[in-house]
Design a protein around this ligand. Structure first.
Ligand code: UD1
Ligand code: CA
Length: 457
């Protein structure tokens, strides 16, 4: 929508979170809570967006570091929602249009709902429109007072309300739409003459009504969307609803979730059709998964790129890794950052990798550590192989050519290179480079002392 700005209030501490971290930075479905209403405002077309920061201001600013259309305004002392909006005025000095005002702790708010709010506000030529909802338990919220014609005349806070007012079930969501001219002309008129000695933004409603300006209440049926998060129980509830939405969209796009209530997938993740995700997986960050993959139970994937037809078996952990097509990993494998696995690579159980590349068709099927290594294609890495990459001071590289066969229980003391098509015998400790097409073997010859045990007794 054209000519819309947004102010998002996020200066409060969030005392009921009982946390060292300011409330709006607590993560909800993979993003700091504040990022959700900001995204909704931007998706509704708001620019600029001004975030009012106070507690842990620098940390909150950091969230928007890469977004030039998001500005911040500092509210040094939290003197109330009216005072918070006044702090944002300077950032909007050159703006004349419609201003959305939102709270940083409403992660469920959708852009569609904001668009509806703005459309109603503009259609009726209102000075101020407040988003309201009718709820079963209005305790704690501001109540919406309407006149006989249905116009909103006042909002009264819980602590200032009479028993009759407290019985009203239409609440103020804390989300508003107002004309910049009206806002600028009247924000200075708000006083702190109330039970909490705070500057209430809601006073703008009675100010507009007293001047005979149109003041609307836009009632939304989506009461869930305006749920404010005040404590950790509400945070868990909001996160669950966000995950449901993400999971629903994935299923609509052709992804099978065996148990969507137990699938923890961030909104930033993409997954192709015909991939199935089993219960209790956590998939986060910039992860992109192709089509036709199987992600078994208890898998954790962060910042990975996974090609089509891959199979990630139960209990594996994948971080910052790139898998091409038809790769098989796990069960219980750990791919650490910098792992690159080409087509048809197989990584089996209890294998750990870090900063390695493996060419097409190579295998490390069991109990192996591969770090700082460049491994060719069609290489077999036997059970118990270790790249000894660290000498206590520096990391060193291991290079293994195409078609190499590494037997079981081999240590490769880096820096070391095994040439293409060589075979390293089981139990060998490789300390010098192996030329191509060779056999490397380093073992103490076996001695059998017959009858030795009988003599001991
Ligand atoms: C406010 C509304 C109430 C509404 C409710 C909806 C007022 C006076 N009351 O009450 O009618 O039903 O929201 O959730 O507006 N904030 C600042 N600076 C301040 C004070 C608050 O940035 O000085 C921010 C908070 O961080 C929070 C938001 O504004 O994100 C709302 O503040 P809060 O104190 O939670 O308001 P409520 O008492 O819930
Ligand atoms: Ca609140």
């Amino acid at each position: 929508m054209e000519n819309v700005a947004a102010v998002i209030l996020a200066a409060g501490k969030g005392t009921r979170m009982k946390s060292g971290l300011v409330k709006v930075l607590h993560p909800a479905a993979g993003r700091p809570m504040i990022a959700w209403p900001v995204a909704a405002a931007r998706a509704a077309g708001a620019a600029p967006v001004v975030v009012v920061v106070g507690h842990q201001a620098d940390a909150v600013r950091q969230v928007f570091h890469d977004f030039p259309d998001i500005r911040t305004a500092l509210q040094e002392e939290q003197l109330g929602t009216g005072h918070a909006v006044a702090c944002a005025r300077e950032q909007l000095a050159d703006f004349s249009g419609t201003v959305l005002i939102l709270c940083g702790d409403t992660p469920l708010l959708r852009a569609e709902t904001l668009r509806e709010l703005i459309a109603t506000h503009r259609h009726e030529g209102a000075a101020l429109t407040v988003l309201t909802a009718v709820v079963d338990n209005p305790y704690g919220y501001g109540r919406v007072i309407r006149d006989r014609a249905g116009r909103v005349t006042r909002i009264v806070e819980q602590k200032d309300a009479t028993p009759e007012e407290q019985a009203l079930c239409e609440i103020n969501s804390g989300i508003y739409c107002m004309e910049a001219g009206f806002l600028n002309a009247n924000i200075g008129a708000i006083s702190s003459d109330n039970a909490q000695k705070e500057f209430y933004l809601t006073d703008l409603v009675s100010i507009a009504a007293a001047k005979g300006l149109t003041c609307l209440g836009h009632r939304t049926a989506a009461a869930e969307e305006i749920m404010g998060v005040n404590d950790r129980a509400q945070l868990a509830e909001a996160s669950r609803i966000l995950r449901r939405r993400i999971n629903y969209d994935l299923m609509c796009a052709g992804v099978s979730l065996i148990d969507p209530e137990h699938s923890y997938i961030d909104g930033s993740v993409t997954i192709g059709p015909d991939t199935s995700v089993h219960p209790n997986c956590r998939i986060s960050g910039t992860t992109a998964i192709g089509s036709g993959c199987v992600i078994e139970s208890g898998v954790s994937i962060d910042d990975c790129s996974i090609g089509d037809g891959c199979h990630i078996k139960a209990g594996s952990v994948l971080e910052g890794s790139q898998l091409l097509a038809e790769v098989s990993v796990g069960p219980m494998a750990h791919l650490r950052p910098g792992t690159v696995l080409n087509d048809h690579v197989k990584i089996g159980n209890f294998v750990e990798t870090k900063k390695i590349s493996m060419g097409a068709g190579s295998k490390a099927s069991h109990l192996t550590y591969l770090g700082d290594a460049g491994i060719g294609s069609n290489v077999n890495i036997g059970c118990g192989t270790i790249t000894c990459n660290y000498d206590g001071v520096n990391k060193h590289r291991t290079v293994i050519g195409d078609d190499v066969f590494i037997g079981s229980d081999v240590q490769l003391v880096a820096p070391v290179e095994v040439g293409r098509n060589s075979l390293v015998a089981a139990g060998t400790t490789v300390t010098v480079d192996v030329p191509p097409d060779s056999l490397a073997i380093s073992r103490v010859p076996q001695v059998n002392k017959v009858g030795w045990r009988l003599k001991k007794k």
